[in-house]
Design a protein around this ligand. Sequence first.
Ligand SMILES: NC(=O)c1ccc[n+]([C@@H]2O[C@H](COP(=O)([O-])OP(=O)(O)OC[C@H]3O[C@@H](n4cnc5c(N)ncnc54)[C@H](OP(=O)(O)O)[C@@H]3O)[C@@H](O)[C@H]2O)c1
Length: 317
Amino acid sequence: MHAALVTDFDHNPRYADVDEPQPVRPHEEVLDVLAAALHPRVRSQADGSHYTSTDALPLVPGVDGVGRRADGSLVYFVVGDTQLGTLAEKTIVDLRRSVPLPADADPLLLAAAMNPAMSSWVALTKRVSFRPGQSVLVLGATGAAGQLAIQVARRLGAGDVVAAGRDRAKLARAGSFGASATVDLSASPDEVAADLAAKAADVDVVLDYLWGEPAQNAVMPLLLARADRSRALDWIQIGSSAGAEIALPSAALRQANLRFLGSGQGSVSTAGIVSVLPDLVAEVMRGGLTVEVDERPLSEVEAAWSATGAARVVFVP
Ligand SMILES: NC(=O)c1ccc[n+]([C@@H]2O[C@H](COP(=O)([O-])OP(=O)(O)OC[C@H]3O[C@@H](n4cnc5c(N)ncnc54)[C@H](OP(=O)(O)O)[C@@H]3O)[C@@H](O)[C@H]2O)c1
């Protein structure tokens, strides 16, 4: 069968012939992959930089997808840490990590939306006790996960949702996803600090997709402008699009009720992540969560790997 194959972490995966998989363990089944997306998680898997990487090669990247079972039914599925991912004509799925789909499901939309949407859904339902009416700052609201985080927060009952991002054109769309205010992170540092203080100082939760300099520069302006610094502020670290590290003044943790925590593989169990999938599938199927899709044949994987557009690349084997 054909698959995207990584043989060297310094090169894009190439379209190659690999052996067809055989199920080994109980609950496993071989599926035909209908659509599987190129998420940042997949890029970091393929270049060996993800924190779960074992450096073992060769590998077929891909963490999720929509597939057809031998009986013809459709499922959305996630795979564990494996050398055989989902960017292939067939893959092995543990059916306990899959959700049945109706026959009229849109494989491309589900493949594109589920991983980025899961990031905020899991964070708000598994990592904090988020209550309807609470307010949220999405730091990094212009990527797929950030745009979906606005929609997810609203769906889970958020009051105000403030969207912060550096791409003005994409930020202009935040209102259509449900944001009540925006902060332009491409402005000067002083302007960004003042804007964050004015619009987001009293949020209950930060969904942080950026880390790095934008997160570092946001902490103190937000804390110092808070009406009641003893009121809890949960800062959930989800992505690191702007950098892997920050410098944090110790006073930040003393002078406000600031709690840093993360959400991802490890801080949430596999069972915890899988448990949210049916609700998320239903929400995407209902049309409540949207993301732009860039459909590509898997045969073009090597060139498509470098795509930089706003839409999520989804490969069709
Ligand atoms: N923990 C989890 O469960 C989980 C799940 C899914 C995703 N993630 C992580 O979340 C992050 C975002 O994922 P995604 O799917 O949304 O990726 P994406 O669609 O590629 O979006 C990344 C966004 O980050 C923005 N960005 C990069 N550097 C920036 C900076 N210095 N200041 C402001 N914005 C900046 C980019 O803005 P421009 O358009 O201006 O370049 C882009 O809009 C990734 O790190 C991903 O690995 C985590």
